[in-house]
Design a protein around this ligand. Structure first.
Ligand code: NI
Length: 192
């Protein structure tokens, strides 16, 4: 497969496509692999930690996550062209792919995190979610996996799962806070 990657445009709120309930993936072919490659490229380019397919306009139950905090000083490869030896560590990537993910047994215990979203740029707000959950998903070959998630991974996967059901993190806020967030977004868009 040719390594031609594409950075895809990210859909932003209040685009109605973000309210789509995405359909299950039923074909595990090269096209799916290319889409996943492109989603990672798009997510890394936008400095995000998670991306659902619907955020690039594809209504499939598919998401990519990489929680590795990016290191702004990191360079792709060490350089010593000027005679100095630099110890730049390349960013260690931990890409994870979830096809047809399902949340099982969310914990009663909740945890609050400040969330943001590539489709709701520059808006951050506290959201309560189950602190832990089991996740079942398929990989790119259709094999089924299950894993207990907690911490940032639990937050991120629940946030991304919401996208597959047409829900944004701001939909978890009070009506007042949500309308304030949307107004701020509109204002920023007009200013840009
Ligand atoms: Ni999001």
């Amino acid at each position: 497969m040719a390594e031609i990657m594409a950075i895809l445009p990210i859909i932003e709120a209040p685009d109605p496509r973000l309210k789509t309930v995405s359909k299950p993936v039923d074909t595990f072919d090269d096209q799916l692999k290319i889409l996943v490659h492109d989603m990672f490229e798009t997510m890394y380019d936008a400095h995000g930690i998670g991306l659902a397919a619907i955020q690039v306009g594809i209504p499939l139950r598919l998401l990519v996550i990489d929680l590795q905090p990016e290191d702004e000083d990191a360079e792709p490869e060490p350089c010593d062209h000027d005679g100095h030896h630099h110890h730049h560590q390349p960013t260690k990537k931990e890409p994870r792919i979830f096809v047809n993910p399902e949340i099982l047994d969310p914990s009663a215990e909740l945890k609050t995190y400040q969330e943001g979203c590539l489709s709701v740029p520059d808006i951050y707000a506290d959201v309560d979610r189950p602190a832990m959950c089991r996740v079942r998903w398929q990989d790119l070959d259709g094999n089924v996996h299950e894993e207990q998630m907690d911490g940032m991974m639990a937050v991120c996967i629940q946030h991304e799962m919401d996208h597959l059901n047409g829900v944004l993190f701001i939909d978890h806020l009070s009506r007042l806070k949500r309308s304030m967030a949307l107004k701020k977004l509109e204002k920023a868009r007009k200013a840009a």
